[in-house]
Design a protein around this ligand. Structure first.
Ligand SMILES: C[S@@+](CC[C@H](N)C(=O)[O-])C[C@H]1O[C@@H](n2cnc3c(N)ncnc32)[C@H](O)[C@@H]1O
Length: 329
């Protein structure tokens, strides 16, 4: 068992690593906040009282934002946490980091659109299910390549910008989706104000474009909410796959999910996918499925996700769906 001081030092390193590797270049505010937490023994001692799975920087920062709004500066943040440990702790125990980023549809679309249509879409780790609606949003792949539902409908469409390099098979039409299901340990309800406020709190404060597009996607989802079943990706996936209509191409996909399970469970899940007969699309950090990543070229930059179809890597993608660097066939 590590001593209390070891834990505080380990947490300081973790929050510094978050500042260096995740927040730097994305959010000046969260970079400063994470560095301030890494330097505050009082806040680190508070975080150390939480279970290991609830000590993440993203969870703490989202909890503070959800309860008290965005702190003015790093000193203000530290003051808020020191003054309010009980409510922050309660929220960090009640919630998890379930960021639902509909912009990730932009990186799935080139793969989805070239499969035999119609599709039966099953998303593992779906959160609120916003990535189950790729046919209801608009996309801008640059160079005048735009795509969206026709007719566009009466709600404002989020238009996801996605910068592309390589021979991306940019679709000219949106996929036809005959059936969709999500699976999640803890489904988020798009009609619940409390749930969707938590999704908003998970978006970093200097990324207001993402926040606006999330609101637009939620409004679209509320019209006809995707069904997200409560369950576990190993225990329940086969039962849900069996419910898909036989006359559609079954696609099982996941983005930013397998990091939440152990490496042994990731391998078990990959085994289920190999045996399933479904098309399997994974969009995860490369360290999550190393047996796939070993067949990919070097990424163009740090922090990219690896997009793979049936365990064959095809592209590096921006972790929030903001880019595709295609190297596959
Ligand atoms: C970071 S969110 C990603 C949500 C969505 N895939 C996206 O890209 O916007 C990860 C989701 O995986 C879910 N999750 C984690 N472990 C799971 C498991 N064992 N079975 C099912 N869902 C799980 C979490 O509840 C959470 O909603």
């Amino acid at each position: 068992m590590p001593g209390a001081q070891d834990t505080v030092q380990r947490l300081a390193a973790r929050y510094r690593a978050f500042a260096d590797n995740e927040a730097k270049d994305s959010s000046a505010l969260y970079e400063a906040f994470a560095r301030a937490i890494a330097g505050s023994e009082a806040v680190l001692s508070f975080v150390a009282t939480l279970p290991a799975a609830r000590q993440q920087p993203n969870l703490l920062l989202a909890a503070v934002r959800h309860l008290y709004g965005v702190a003015r500066d790093a000193d203000h943040l530290i003051d808020i946490i020191r003054a309010n440990p009980a409510p922050i702790r309660a929220l960090m125990l009640a919630r998890t980091t379930q960021t639902n980023e509909p912009a990730r549809c932009a990186v799935l679309l080139p793969v989805l659109a070239r499969l035999p249509q119609p599709l039966a879409l099953l998303e593992v780790g779906a959160s609120a299910g916003l990535c189950l609606l790729p046919d209801r949003y608009a996309y801008d792949y640059g160079g005048g390549t735009r795509l969206g539902p026709r007719p566009p409908g009466d709600l404002p469409l989020p238009a996801f910008p996605c910068a592309i390099t390589g021979a991306v098979p940019v679709p000219t039409e949106l996929p036809t989706i005959a059936w969709r299901r999500g699976l999640d340990l803890n489904p988020i309800d798009v009609r619940s104000a409390e749930d969707t406020a938590w999704l908003q709190a998970l978006i970093w404060p200097d990324q207001e474009d993402r926040a606006g597009r999330l609101q637009a996607a939620l409004a679209i989802a509320r019209r006809a909410p995707p069904v997200v079943v409560r369950g576990d990706l190993l225990a329940d996936i086969e039962e849900i796959m069996a419910q898909a209509p036989a006359d559609a191409t079954l696609v099982v996909f996941h983005t930013a999910v397998l990091a939440y399970v152990t490496p042994a469970d990731r391998s078990r899940f990959a085994g289920i996918m190999h045996r399933s007969g479904a098309t399997w699309i994974s969009n995860e950090a490369p360290g999550i499925l190393p047996s796939i990543a070993q067949h990919a070229p070097a990424p163009p930059a740090r922090g990219r996700f690896l997009l793979a179809v049936d365990a064959q890597p095809v592209a590096w993608t921006g972790p929030h769906g903001q880019s595709i660097d295609w190297f596959g066939p």
